[in-house]
Design a protein around this ligand. Structure first.
Ligand SMILES: Cc1cc2nc3c(=O)[nH]c(=O)nc-3n(C[C@H](O)[C@H](O)[C@H](O)COP(=O)(O)OP(=O)(O)OC[C@H]3O[C@@H](n4cnc5c(N)ncnc54)[C@H](O)[C@@H]3O)c2cc1C
Length: 474
């Protein structure tokens, strides 16, 4: 088991350390790509480089904690003949199961078919999926008759169905795996600070000067670095980026089989119903694909998206009830810009260097490790081939078993600053029930004690959580 990555004074101390001597590399953005690059670079450099990472909110509070929580090959990319991406993702899937046991776990998917043609068409896709996984496969696909489907998934609406298949992928707690990357990077010397926003940078000779705003009221400062990694994901803002919003709704469990459902909808999109929450007592349904033209800071589900996901769940399950969401979340895919429909846009990635800045766009959470490796090869070619994240497994600290201990761990060792950090990243409590101010107050009280929150500050923290958790009328 590992030593904690941070202690209660780490943020303050790390901010002061960032402002001191120039860094070799400053990583901007604490999503999975920033955290993955930080860990890969730190493991390979073995203490020979000064590496910093800044995140403008809490680590992982962007897309990397609000996705479909799958480590998967991406069956639907086969339809776009993206075989190289699927193969890479399937190999990364196998690697992550090995490196992050307990965080990445196999999950069985049931895929219903409406016609004989669908069974043949998607059957070929599943055959190819097994083939591309090769020796890294989790379990081979299985065909199911209608009677077998009824036995395995008795809650599915069988009317109009022809048959089904079963295949395997993996699920992940994407916020936790990201945090484990970041904590390990910190243990290997990365100076990480959250609520520190890069407000711009300029070159002065050999050095890049980055203006940093301390979003917890500490003012502005300048951090100097020889190289920068721009891992701002959806906030990168360049012409290379296409922002596509994906939203999920969370409802009481639609099936208690523990299986996921993968449904190819007639609009050509794949919708997942995934087991979610304590003892799989909830279902996570997603996702949508909508071009997003607003600010990346303002991302929320629309009433249309809620109705779209509900309508599909209603078709799939006999007793779906009113499907009133208990929670919802949305985030943005930072995709490489291309024409065409948002769901058909490539999930491939682009990593390039421009004026001392390594930029990273596109890709999937599943392939973060190989993308990080590619970025580090570009940043520090002399470290190429050194021991990398291929071999280094995660050994997370033991999960505390009471709410009080989880809160204490978040504040003391995980650099959580706000109640929202605890609710939506350190834990997924925010997505596990409907919250009101009354229910949040004991948590705010517990978290506010070590952070010395006044009554008014506690109420502000609660209001922020309720704003993030708000569900629009639909
Ligand atoms: C709805 C949805 C579902 C998905 N499902 C899956 C899935 O199941 N499996 C899969 O493999 N992939 C999935 N993906 C894709 C995957 O989640 C993303 O590709 C990945 O999380 C992107 O990570 P990132 O680090 O680039 O971005 P982010 O996680 O958004 O991180 C960028 C970070 O940079 C910070 N930042 C921005 N500007 C600044 C600044 N100026 N200074 C400091 N910090 C800054 C942000 O606050 C943010 O935390 C999904 C994507 C979406 C949208």
């Amino acid at each position: 088991m590992n030593a904690p990555a941070f202690h209660p004074q780490s943020r303050k101390e790390n901010l002061a350390r960032l402002i001191g001597e120039p860094l070799d590399v400053l990583i901007i953005g604490g999503g999975i790509n920033g955290a993955g690059i930080a860990r890969d670079l730190a493991l390979r450099a073995c203490g020979t480089l000064r590496i910093g990472l800044i995140e403008k909110r809490y680590f992982g509070s962007g897309t990397s904690s609000r996705n479909s929580q799958l480590i998967h090959g991406g069956l639907r990319y086969l339809e776009h003949f993206d075989f190289a991406l699927v193969k890479e993702a399937l190999h990364e899937r196998a690697r992550l199961v090995k490196l992050a046991p307990g965080l990445v776990e196999p999950l069985r998917f049931v895929m219903p078919f409406e016609t004989w043609f669908q069974r043949r068409y998607y059957g070929i896709g599943l055959w190819l999926y097994d083939l591309l996984a090769g020796s890294h496969n989790i379990a081979p696909r299985l065909n199911l008759s209608l009677a077998e489907l009824k036995r395995i998934e008795p809650d599915l609406n069988l009317v109009g169905l022809h048959s089904a298949a079963i295949f395997s992928d993996c699920r992940v707690n994407s916020a936790r795996l990201l945090l484990e990357n970041l904590f390990d990077a910190a243990r290997h010397g990365v100076i990480a600070v959250n609520y520190a926003e890069a407000a711009g940078w300029q070159r002065r000779g050999e050095i890049l000067e980055v203006n940093i705003e301390d979003r917890l009221g500490g003012g502005e400062s300048v951090v100097r670095a020889h190289q920068i990694v721009d891992a701002r994901g959806p906030w990168e803002g360049g012409a290379n980026l296409r922002l596509v919003r994906g939203s999920h709704i969370i409802v009481p469990a639609l099936t208690d089989s523990g299986n996921a459902i993968a449904h190819f909808h007639r609009d050509g999109r794949i919708i997942f119903v995934l087991p979610w929450g304590p003892q799989n007592s909830l279902s996570l349904i997603g996702t949508t694909d909508v071009d997003h033209s607003g600010s990346p800071d303002e991302v929320s589900i629309t009433p249309q998206e809620i109705r779209y996901l509900q309508a599909i769940a209603r078709e799939l399950f006999r007793d779906a009830g009113d499907l009133k969401p208990i929670a919802v979340y949305s985030s943005l895919r930072p995709l490489v810009a291309a024409d065409g429909s948002p769901s058909a846009a490539s999930r491939g990635h682009k990593i390039w260097k421009q004026d001392g800045v390594v930029k990273i766009t596109g890709g999937k959470y599943t392939t973060y490790r190989s993308m990080s490796q590619e970025a580090v090869d570009l940043l520090a070619p002399d470290l190429r081939g050194r021991c990398t994240t291929h071999e280094s497994a995660f050994t997370p600290a033991r999960k505390p078993d009471t709410a009080e201990a989880i809160i204490q761990q978040a504040v003391d060792y995980e650099m959580a600053q706000r109640l929202a950090d605890l609710m939506f990243v350190c834990t997924y409590w925010g997505y596990e029930r409907s919250w009101d101010a009354e229910a949040l107050r004991p948590l705010a009280h517990e978290m506010g004690r070590p952070l010395a929150w006044s009554d008014a500050q506690r109420e502000q923290q609660i209001a922020l959580v309720l704003r993030i958790a708000a569900i629009p009328a639909y």
